[in-house]
Write a protein that binds this ligand. Structure first.
Ligand code: GLN
Ligand code: ZN
Length: 757
């Protein structure tokens, strides 16, 4: 009986082999053959790992050289016009990354993960044509190795739902054009073998769709199931429940339904329906997007519960989603505290969990082999020690959170702002930056030398001090009003704080793909969070001592620290975020007492934490706003709080942003003229705003007149008293040669604009 199922597997390689070879290829240091060779090796290795772990359903076409949505666009021939003259890998990577003559396709977050996909660009004039070669090749590649795979494809409704139309029309109008291509694809697949399982991913069903889109489900799956009796179609959803779609899917001829019982336990409400349909149920019980050992006993209990409705022979045990969102293996972790390491499970280890769960569930515990008995014992013990460990539980933190009385700062914002303007002495259209300045090769080298103990702390600190001296001098020379220290001591805006907070751990190799070849290594929040000592004070004070102008303190906010980490799952996220908030709150108190007058609390990832389902948004907003406010609650009326957010679309969340009660917010509107600023006016936003006046993501140096124009556009929307002038994000990825002239031009432009109004 086949019972162990994996939705999908990470592809970047356990040592990021794919990343390395891709980047060499892009730098023209190796050939495309080299890329293909590595890709082939990785696929083989990944299939074999899964086979050795006794997985019965192993995927092909979950591999990708860049992104699966992009692969789907290629499969459908959905190629934007500007790329159509290109072929093969040149076409593929140009769509992903742009080339000398054409800008790349847009990229955006895959649901509520930190993975980013390439957004399909559809136009009414497109003619689509099937190209199934990648799918066929990968299937045959595995088959030649003696592995019969299921074929993963992204479903038509999700594909369309995540696309954008160049004419801004309704993407679902293209349903009639796209579904026949999926039918053709299945026809081709049906010739590959006598019996094939095709997994069709429809994660968009987990968002809760409107009736119009829901009405497409039945015709789509009736048609796709009709194509061939050789094909068993499995529809999988993840990240939330998809009960609305399940209601419909049970009335189509699909073979199986895959549901996430970790993030969508409400899926349990659909069990009776699924049972009476007689379909297979792929039960996603092993969390595919975190790093903690599963509680095997609890997983088995859930399955026993499911089995009260659904017949046991129709149950298949699975990951909750693709393991793409989890790091690869614990094998390379040499530095983690052994106790913490025991609590962790990455993709490879999770395979073992799936097989152990299914052994217990289907064969009973008494029949476990010696090694399995040991594994179960280890799992029980790990879960127990996580419950009781003194590493995790910090009474002082818990008491403080429990007794928390102050949830916000004093004073109404209008009063605060008028006090601050007077006291801080900045005028209309004040100029500043978002915080970071170029991370130079010298800085990186000093940091890695220091980490490798090649230079002393004193030597390292001297490099940082020298950088700050220069950074302050440059900002004075540019004529900026409010200065920053430049963040030279920070490798990353979350990691830097995580390293200094208790309750955080760091892996050596816990990489997760973010987009293309880019991976991130999120910190692990394993226990109660506290701040043993000031984290930024020394550097900010040092910078302030070098100038008469005001230096803005620079912190990362609680919600962003949380959203960019792997968070413990034994207490609610909102509780963890509150603990982080208290650490930031203490830091602000220290900075303020040391005479720092403006403090910026970055919430770059505030929007990233939004839940998929509308009915959960309110709850998220409530605690996310609460914790930002707790973080800044120590600020006196006279201390000005800035925040920065790395996006520009505020239409749906403007009231929430207003509720955060920051005195000044800087945002990323540089690429959209004044269009996106209008919501601030419409909402009657009363605090101050710094809409980025130039795009820092490009090496191009903006001219004075161009920035003046941009400022004038902003002035059409908001009055000069309410506007700050700044770039649209931090400058760490730029070079000094770009930054200095750009900032000089920006200051000059602000002066000219001020004279004109
Ligand atoms: N202060 C940070 C910087 O300037 C903010 C970066 C961000 O929001 N992504 O780099
Ligand atoms: Zn930003």
């Amino acid at each position: 009986m086949s019972k162990n199922y994996v939705i999908g597997f990470p592809r970047i390689g356990e040592q990021r082999e794919l990343k390395r070879v891709l980047e060499e290829f892009w730098a023209k240091k190796c050939s495309f053959d080299d890329v293909e060779k590595i890709a082939k090796e990785l696929k083989k290795r990944h299939w074999e790992y899964q086979k050795d772990a006794k997985m019965d359903f192993i995927s092909s076409n979950d591999f990708s050289l860049y992104d699966n949505m992009l692969d789907t666009s290629i499969m459908l021939g959905a190629i934007p016009k500007r790329f159509r003259h290109l072929k093969d890998e040149e076409l593929y990577f140009a769509m992903a990354r742009g080339n000398a003559s054409s800008v790349a396709m847009e990229m955006t977050k895959w649901f509520n993960t930190n993975y980013h996909y390439i957004v399909p660009e559809l136009s009414p004039n497109d003619e689509y044509r099937l190209n199934a070669s990648k799918i066929i090749d990968e299937y045959n590649e595995a088959k030649a190795l003696g592995i019969k795979t299921k074929i993963n494809i992204i479903g038509p409704i999700t594909y369309l739902g995540l696309s954008k139309r160049v004419d801004r029309g309704d993407v679902y109008e293209f349903w009639g054009k796209i579904v026949p291509l999926y039918e053709d694809l299945l026809k081709v697949i049906s010739t590959l073998d006598d019996e094939i399982v095709v997994q069709i991913d429809e994660p968009i069903f987990a968002k809760g769709l409107d009736t119009k889109v829901l009405s497409l489900i039945k015709p789509t799956y009736d048609r796709l199931c009709k194509v061939s009796s050789h094909i068993k179609i499995t529809v999988v959803t993840y990240f939330e429940h998809s009960n609305e779609a399940t209601k419909i899917l049970v009335h189509t001829p699909i073979w199986a339904l895959g549901l996430d019982f970790v993030h969508g336990s409400i899926n349990l409400d659909s069990l009776e329906r699924i049972a009476s349909s007689g379909k297979k149920l792929i039960c996603g019980v092993v969390n595919g997007r975190n790093i903690w050992v599963n509680d095997i006993k609890k997983n088995v209990e859930i399955l026993e519960d499911i089995a009260k409705s659904v017949q046991k022979e129709n149950i298949i045990i699975s990951s909750s989603c693709s393991f793409l969102h989890s790091p690869y293996t614990l094998k390379y972790e040499q530095k983690l505290d052994p106790q913490i390491k025991e609590w962790l499970s990455f993709a490879l280890e999770k395979l073992g969990e799936i097989s152990l769960i299914s052994k217990i569930f289907f064969d009973r515990e008494d029949n476990l082999g010696v090694a399995q008995k040991e594994a179960l014992q280890k799992n029980i013990q790990a879960n127990q020690s996580r419950k009781n460990s003194s590493l995790i539980h910090n009474k002082t933190v818990q008491t403080r959170v429990h007794n928390l009385a102050k949830f916000q700062r004093e004073g109404a914002s209008t009063k605060r702002l008028s006090i601050q303007r007077e006291l801080l002495g900045y005028g209309d259209l004040a100029t500043t930056t978002i915080g970071s300045f170029p991370q130079t090769p010298q800085l990186r080298k000093a940091r890695s030398d220091f980490n490798a103990a090649l230079i002393s702390k004193e030597e390292y600190d001297n490099v940082i001090k020298k950088y700050i001296n220069e950074c302050i001098a440059i900002q004075e020379e540019c004529g900026l009003d409010i200065l920053v220290h430049g963040e030279p001591e920070r490798n990353d805006m979350v990691e830097y704080f995580g390293e200094q907070l208790e309750g955080f751990a760091f892996t050596q190799n816990g990489w997760v793909q973010s987009y293309g070849s880019r991976c991130v290594k999120p910190p692990l929040i394993y226990g109660d969070v506290s701040r043993p000592k000031p984290m930024t004070l020394e550097w900010i004070i040092y910078a302030q001592s070098k100038t008469k102008k005001i230096v803005k303190g620079m912190l990362t906010g609680p919600v962003t620290i949380l959203n960019w980490s792997f968070v413990r799952d034994d207490i609610p996220k909102s509780e963890v975020s509150k603990q982080i908030a208290l650490g930031i709150c203490d830091e602000i108190e220290n900075l303020q007492n040391a005479g720092i007058k403006i403090i910026q609390v970055d919430e770059a990832a505030f929007k990233e934490g939004y839940p998929l389902r509308k009915d959960k948004i309110k709850e998220y907003e409530e605690w996310a706003v609460r914790d930002f406010k707790i973080a800044v609650s120590s600020a006196k009326e006279t201390t000005q709080i800035h925040t920065h957010m790395c996006y520009s679309e505020f239409n749906d969340i403007i009231d929430t942003i207003e509720n955060m009660d920051a005195d000044v917010i800087s945002i990323e509107t540089a690429r959209s003229g004044n269009e996106l600023l209008k919501i601030f006016k419409k909402a009657g936003y009363t605090k101050e705003v710094g809409p980025g006046v130039y795009d820092i993501h490009s090496p191009r140096i903006p001219g004075v007149e161009e920035i003046v124009k941009q400022i004038e556009l902003l002035l059409e929307v908001l009055p000069k008293e309410q506007l700050w002038i700044n770039p649209d994000c931090g400058l760490k990825t730029r070079k000094w040669e770009e930054v200095i002239p750009a900032l000089k031009n920006m200051v000059e432009a602000a002066r000219i604009a001020k004279d004109r109004v």
